[in-house]
Design a protein around this ligand. Structure first.
Ligand code: FES
Length: 95
């Protein structure tokens, strides 16, 4: 699988209302070498936010809370294992 190089955190209106600025800030406060984390426009999943998308593998996390970000960083971005309990079921139904 190609190496993770980018994480998008939706900053559009609905996700923002659900707390996505704090999620983005937590990622930014815990940088990972060679991984760019950036805010983005609507990911088309409004209401399930804050939405986080890990690229290029297209792993989706929904309803991400700031307190969960470190698990994503440690287990997934650094450890290579998606955090199963946090996966967005709509796009990862079997995991
Ligand atoms: S506002 Fe975040 S998915 Fe639409």
């Amino acid at each position: 699988m190609p190496k993770i190089d980018r994480v998008l955190v939706c900053q559009n209106r609905t996700c923002r209302r659900q707390g996505s600025p704090a999620v983005l800030a937590t990622f930014k406060a815990n940088p990972v070498a060679d991984v760019t984390v950036e805010g983005c426009g609507c990911l088309g999943q409004c209401g399930s936010g804050p939405m986080v998308l890990v690229l290029p593998e297209e792993t989706w996390y929904d309803r991400v809370q700031p307190g969960e970000v470190v698990a994503v960083i440690e287990q997934h971005l650094l450890g290579g294992q998606p955090v199963k309990a946090m996966l967005y079921r709509k796009f990862h139904p079997s995991r």
